[in-house]
Each structure stands twice: as C-alpha cells, then as structure tokens.
Design a protein around this ligand. Structure first.
Ligand code: HEM
Length: 130
C-alpha cells in the first residue's frame, strides 16, 4: 500500500466517525424526558397484554415505543459515544418493530422476547447515556 492510499484510508475513516457526529442536532432534554416518561407508562402494560393474548394492545404499545425512540436518534446524546447512541436507539426501534410483527403473528413467545430485548437496551442505554 502506498502512502497516498494509506492517507486516503485514514481520511475516509475520519469521515465515517465525524459525519454522524456533525449531523446530529444538539441534545434536547425536554424531548428526551418526554419520550422516556411515555415509555415508562407503556412498559407495564405490555406483559399483561401478551399474557391475556391481547395482541392488539401489545402491538399498539410496541409501536408507540418505536415512534418515540426513533425521534431521539437525531439528537446528540447528553454523554457517551454519539454513534453508539444512534445504534442503541436503532436496535431499540428494530426490537419494538419485531414486537409489532410478533403480535401480528399472535406469537406470545416472540413478543415476550422482543419485550426482553427492549428492557436489555433500556438498561444498557441508561448505563451509558443517562
Ligand atoms: C423501555 C425503555 C425505556 C424506559 C421505560 C425509560 C425510562 C426512563 C425514565 C423514566 C427516565 C427519567 C425521565 C425523567 O427525568 O422523568 C429516563 C431517562 C433517560 N433515559 Fe430512558 N428509558 C428507556 C430507554 C432508554 C434508552 C434505550 C436510552 C438510550 C439509548 C435511554 C436514555 C435515557 C437518558 C439519556 C435519560 C436522561 C434524560 C435527561 O434527563 O436528560 N433510555 N428514561
């Protein structure tokens, strides 16, 4: 590898790291707290809904999770790695959508697994960013 190629590779890598950081909006505490409080209200209803085979109610909660967290991706985190913030929220939204899908299949086991993923991501999100 010649020096020009090496320099180019270093430059490209710095872009990969910098572009997501630059394109993020400043942290909006009020918006984040609002989404978190909504999430806190949604969480207790999901498990009982799955247990009662009320897949419509469970799906509705899963979808509200996805909508809320998706909106937070554009903000910089209050602390921690901005790229990890985006990834954690993206994983969260994907897990919530898997929950919606599982409810569509009336599959309580898959829906419970999606709920467990949300709880794991909440714990890691709070450990790193809160
Ligand atoms: C089921 C999912 C979640 C629930 C129920 C939840 C709940 C909460 C609650 C109740 C608060 C306190 C809000 C207040 O001040 O009244 C909070 C704060 C916070 N959460 Fe979550 N959370 C969830 C997922 C996440 C995830 C995935 C992340 C990060 C990727 C995250 C990051 C934060 C941050 C940064 C704060 C501090 C907000 C601030 O005061 O600036 N949370 N969360």
């Amino acid at each position: 590898m010649n020096r020009v190629t090496a320099a180019l590779i270093v430059f490209m890598h710095s872009l990969v790291i910098l572009i997501p950081a630059i394109s993020q909006e400043p942290y909006d505490k009020a918006a984040v707290v609002q989404v978190m409080r909504t999430a806190q209200g949604l969480l207790p209803g999901i498990k009982p809904a799955i247990t009662k085979n009320d897949f419509f109610a469970a799906a509705s909660n899963f979808w509200k999770f996805a909508e809320g967290m998706e909106r937070l991706q554009r903000f910089k985190p209050p602390k921690g790695d901005p790229a990890l913030w985006t990834k954690t929220l993206d994983d969260f939204v994907s897990a919530a959508m898997r929950g919606v899908g599982a409810c569509g299949e009336k599959d309580a086991k898959k829906a419970s697994a999606a709920l467990a993923e949300l709880q794991t991501l909440m714990a890691s999100g709070h450990r790193v960013f809160r």
